[in-house]
Unconditional design. Structure first.
Lengths: 560, 192
């Protein structure tokens, strides 16, 4: 094969790109995996993984000078002295906020799979059917029955901890042992069961190896040690990331070529051959351009960058961006509503403490509009909560007594948050700047995304219901909060290249191929037709594995 | 440890907003807040802060603030992480504390006995507590709030403090949600 020619190109090495590369390599295709950032090799490139708090200049807090220079990324809960090297510097990657939007990015091999919160839930049949049933977005061209075996496929390889709860709106998966609830959480869950029998709360499902299976040992990964320092990269491979799991596996096949510092400028569409033939890459350091060819292209640059690349892929056939006959590319951007949260105290259970740092919370699947549209708002929200003992019994005094009281466990605190589905709208969109370019000569992205009235009603319902539930469970001093954060800080942006049945109202078919350019696939967040209330990454992985296996089969049949 | 957990710990411990908290937790919400670089501490400043911290968290059967070099830590945080307003207040607070000692005991803090030091800080802490309860949110904090907060933060994020005074496990190995506790048991530091 010519040096720059491959069977398949995958753009982006994050949580979905890593999966595309692994599946395609497993099926015997020669794959070029392009990453715009630097390499991060598992174990070798985790500089802070085992650092103690006192080994950081400011014990983990970021000096305001750094925060001021990086106002967007500074808002991310995971950004700190121990993780800053896995986030972009805002000044190096400008974008234009037509409306406030916090675009959180990590540009390195593994992308945000190094930083993600590792919480995973399967969509249910209700979630896939919701757009059709309730008349919003456009109907999904796939349903839960199409996805179930692919959820199983990715869960087994990634390693998912969870409990088989038997809930219709939260399907069980292939699980490693679940984490424990603590005594107060068990009490709250029991109280909720009495007062709200239709709102079961269960231990969170997360991508952590509570008990590694053989496949995980084969990956060179070991048991999660409950350190909860995951965002630094894990020396035990205890959680799922491209770096610890899919990329080394793909490399072992001998079929993978990984090129870092490779910024994809556009997909090359050949008007004569009537198909995409490759990608144009700008070297991140030298700014030189190179073209790579392949019969199949997977675009997994993460939602907004995938939209950007496709909008920038202009040809005679597609003057408005690849596949963009209907003008909908970049439109129907959606996200998760994270604005509501609350805290509370609880008196009791003083004879108990916890040991270890659990990487998941208690989750309550959405209980609104599940079987039919019945609220004054569309769709609903997942609830997650956790209970912890504070450090220190009191703050009064000076001296030995204060030191002693500060090393004792204090009162219990409960924290509760929401993850609300948002309704995709054509007006929420991204588009390319016509005059501003980035350092690689690529047009800057304009983000024009906002909350709507439905989001405000969903938020209001969560604040009311959450407070009432905690009260019924015996919690006190409930303090509710609207963070008023901009969209984007959820880091669950989706859409812009949505799947659908009709080429007039969607970009991708049921196999994630462009309706009008079948050798280009999009399987990251950009492909999502609706957002659901679930943490999305597991669905990205399953959609990717399904589409990649289809693409490989089509490749072998010479249909692509 | 991430910022939010650190802040949770300190805020819970100090019963209020962490000074400089807007920097510690969120992005800088006030672009006008001046981030000072113009505060310097001498060796004798650090020695003074060590003694203040040691009075707040003395060596007992477990290490004290001086073992954990909290004085030095305070100067790093004030220099790098406080805005100009809080830096000025901190420096002024050092002077106020010393003046209060002279007024109460007739000599400077450094010349005072451990008993006199403790007596002074107990009084200042009481004053701090009452002031913080009734002050308006836009009013400045009582200067003693800085020393107390930074002592607690500095001690529990130090090797001596964390390893010496808590049941810290860098690699817990598991999570157990149901551990019997009796008063006096050392516990795992925060971040549960």
């Amino acid at each position: 094969m010519a040096e720059n020619t491959f069977d398949a190109i995958v753009v982006g090495s994050g949580i979905s790109g890593g999966w595309a590369a692994k599946e395609l390599c497993d099926k015997g295709l020669k794959v070029l995996l392009l990453e715009r950032g630097r390499d991060v090799v598992h174990l070798k490139d985790y500089p802070t993984a085992t650092k103690e708090p006192w080994e950081f200049a400011h014990r983990g807090t970021m000096p305001p000078a750094v925060l001021k220079e990086n106002p967007v990324v500074a808002r991310c809960y995971a950004f700190g002295e121990s993780t800053e090297h896995f986030f972009v510097k805002d000044t190096e990657h400008p974008y234009i906020q037509e409306k406030p939007f916090d675009w959180i990015r990590g540009y390195q091999v593994g992308g945000k799979s190094l930083l993600w919160a590792r919480q995973v839930q399967r969509w249910s049949k209700f979630d896939f059917d919701a757009p059709r049933r309730d008349g919003y977005a456009t109907p999904w061209p796939i349903g839960y029955d199409d996805m179930a075996k692919w959820y199983s496929h990715v869960e087994k390889f990634a390693g998912i901890s969870g409990n088989k709860d038997g809930l219709e709106n939260l399907p069980d998966g292939e699980f490693l042992p679940p984490w424990d609830m603590n005594v107060l959480e068990k009490h709250i869950v029991a109280q909720l069961k009495t007062h709200y029998p239709d709102r079961p709360a269960v231990i969170g499902r997360c991508a952590h190896l509570t008990q590694p299976a053989d496949i995980h040992l084969q990956q060179g990964r070991g048991q999660c040690q409950a350190r909860s320092l995951c965002e630094r990269g894990c020396p035990f491979g205890g959680y799922f990331s491209s770096n610890a799991s899919t990329i080394p596996w793909a490399q072992k096949s001998g079929n993978l070529t990984l090129k870092t510092d490779s910024v994809v400028h556009s997909i090359i569409y050949d008007d004569k051959q009537k198909k995409a033939t490759g990608v144009k890459v700008v070297d991140a350091k030298t700014k030189q351009t190179t073209e790579y060819s392949a019969r199949i292209i997977f675009v997994n640059a993460a939602c907004l960058n995938t939209n950007l690349i496709l909008l920038n892929s202009k040809s005679d056939r597609f003057p408005n961006g690849l596949g963009n006959d209907n003008g909908l590319l970049g439109k129907f951007i959606c996200f998760h509503n994270y604005r509501g949260s609350m805290s509370a105290t609880y008196e009791g259970f003083n004879e108990f403490v916890t040991y270890g740092r659990r990487p998941t919370m208690i989750i309550m699947p959405s209980f609104r509009n599940v079987r039919k549209q019945e609220m004054p708002f569309k769709r609903g929200y997942l609830v997650a909560f956790t209970a912890n003992r504070n450090q220190g019994t009191g703050y009064d005094g000076i001296g030995a007594e204060l030191k002693d009281s500060q090393t004792q466990p204090g009162s219990w605190s409960v924290f509760m948050m929401m993850q609300g589905e948002t309704i995709p709208k054509e007006t929420n969109h991204v588009r390319l700047s016509t005059d501003k370019k980035d350092a690689w000569g690529i047009p800057q992205l304009i983000t024009s995304v906002d909350y709507d009235e439905n989001d405000e009603l969903v938020l209001k319902d969560f604040l009311e219901q959450g407070k009432e539930m905690l009260e019924k469970a015996g919690c006190k001093n409930i303090y509710v909060n609207d963070s008023k954060q901009a969209p984007g800080l959820d880091i669950h942006e989706m859409g812009g290249v949505r799947m659908g049945k009709d080429p007039k109202t969607s970009m991708l078919n049921k196999w994630n191929q462009f309706h009008n350019c079948p050798n280009v696939f999009v399987t990251d967040g950009a492909c999502m037709t609706s957002t659901g209330t679930q943490n999305p990454s597991l669905t990205f992985m399953a959609i990717t594995a399904r589409a990649a296996n289809y693409a490989a089969d089509e490749f072998k049949k010479r249909n692509l | 440890m991430n910022r939010r957990d650190l802040l949770k710990m300190v805020a819970a411990a100090t019963g209020g907003v962490v000074i400089g908290g807007e920097f510690f937790l969120a992005g800088c919400t006030n672009p006008e807040a001046k981030i000072g670089i113009g505060v310097d501490f001498t060796e004798s400043d650090i020695a003074f802060l060590d003694e203040v911290a040691e009075t707040i968290f003395p060596k007992t059967a477990t290490p004290g603030a001086k073992d954990a070099k909290v004085g030095q830590f305070m100067t790093v945080m004030v220099k790098d992480c406080y805005d100009e307003k809080d830096q000025k207040a901190f420096r002024a607070g050092m002077t106020s504390l010393d003046e209060a000692c002279k007024a109460k005991h007739g000599h400077s803090f450094m010349k005072a006995s451990p008993e006199h030091r403790k007596e002074l800080l107990v009084a200042l802490d009481k004053e701090r507590g009452e002031y913080q309860k009734t002050k308006k949110s836009e009013d400045p904090n009582h200067y003693f709030q800085y020393f107390k907060q930074l002592t607690i933060m500095g001690f529990f994020t130090s090797k001596e403090g964390r390893e010496g005074a808590t049941n810290y496990k860098p690699v817990p190995g598991k999570y157990d949600g149901d551990v019997d506790y009796k008063k006096g048991d050392k516990v795992l530091t925060g971040l549960n």
